[in-house]
Design a protein. Structure first.
Length: 322
């Protein structure tokens, strides 16, 4: 179990960006078949700023913004804590678990979380940790974890089943569009993460929606073979986490290999990417949620070069390397 940061009395305090969120420390229940291992108390260092990396590599003036962010096609739900239905015009309504603050302010981020095989949207809490989610919502952000379609196939997401159906991608569009319209989420702060089947979906979504995705983090994800960029000119950054040579599912899906295939494709395109090999096999590694979200804070849309390019922050796990 990896622990970092300040533990003050009964509270675990995170400093993500400029906000301080303090909630009672507790162990989260895992939901994924891969989510073995201990829950941990995680905290970010207060040196990290939510504006870190903003406008890096750009001339003075307006920060880069997606030219074509998605717009709602149906009636947007209220972004209150709990399950909400999203109604994209071209697919059946789908529910998603929403984590949102009581009085959100404009300018926050949206984090899409795709869960693993045999799991559920609440896996996001195990992966990121509740204190990290609280810190996101305290800054006006929202975390949204979709449910899978009932006819997706053996695995929860169409792309993971090698289907060309766009339902999951359209659902992601609708979630992002509604978060921008209803909450005032910053279009420059659209981030994606997920584990196992959700890690594969994370990579697939990032490639299929590379026109507006800011940065991504995959847990035991990657690609079986290189995927097409929707917009190869948006050099989104990626944090690629895997469990090493024993990160294998079903006896034959080797996420060490799949992560490296995706890493190589991104680097060849000019995207910034780095890998973290936690060596624990096919599990959700605990204590990485805070690093993932600090990475998101440091990498809004168009952050080129990455502030991590000259050297990873010392607070990252020692198994992360350029």
């Amino acid at each position: 179990m990896r622990t970092r940061g300040l533990v003050l009395g009964p509270c675990l305090c995170l400093c993500l960006g400029v906000a301080l969120a303090c909630t009672p420390a507790s162990e989260d229940d895992g939901g994924d078949d891969a989510a073995d291992g201990e829950s941990s108390e995680t905290a970010a260092d207060d040196e990290t700023s939510s504006d870190e990396g903003e406008g890096e590599g750009e001339d003075e003036g307006e920060a880069p913004t997606p030219a074509e962010p998605p717009t709602p096609t149906g009636t947007c739900p209220s972004f209150t804590d709990g399950y909400q239905d999203f109604e994209h015009a071209d697919i059946e309504p789908r529910s998603a678990r929403v984590w949102a603050g009581d009085a959100p302010t404009p300018g926050g981020m949206v984090v899409l979380y795709w869960h693993g095989y045999g799991s559920a949207p609440e896996e996001a809490v195990y992966s990121l940790s509740q204190p990290v989610i609280d810190a996101i919502t305290a800054q006006g952000g929202v975390v949204v974890a979709p449910t899978s379609a009932p006819d997706s196939g053996e695995f929860p997401w169409f792309a993971v089943n090698a289907s060309d159906r766009e339902d999951d991608m359209l659902l992601g569009d609708e979630i992002v569009a509604c978060a921008i319209e209803e909450l005032g989420v910053d279009p420059r702060r659209v981030h994606v993460t997920g584990m196992s089947a959700g890690g594969l979906q994370t990579a697939a979504f990032a490639m299929a929606r590379s026109r507006y995705v800011a940065s991504v983090a995959s847990y035991s994800g990657g690609v079986f073979s290189p995927l097409e960029f929707e917009d190869p000119s948006n050099l989104f950054s990626a944090m690629i986490i895997h469990g090493g040579e024993t990160d294998v599912f079903g006896g034959f899906v080797n996420f060490d290999d799949l992560s490296k295939i995706w890493f190589d494709q991104l680097v060849a395109n000019g995207n910034f990417a780095f890998m973290c090999d936690h060596g624990g096999g096919h599990v959700i590694p605990q204590g990485y949620g805070v690093d993932v979200v600090n990475f998101f804070f440091a990498h809004p849309f168009g952050t080129v070069p990455s502030p991590y390019a000259e050297g990873l922050p010392s607070e990252l796990p020692s198994d992360c390397a350029l």
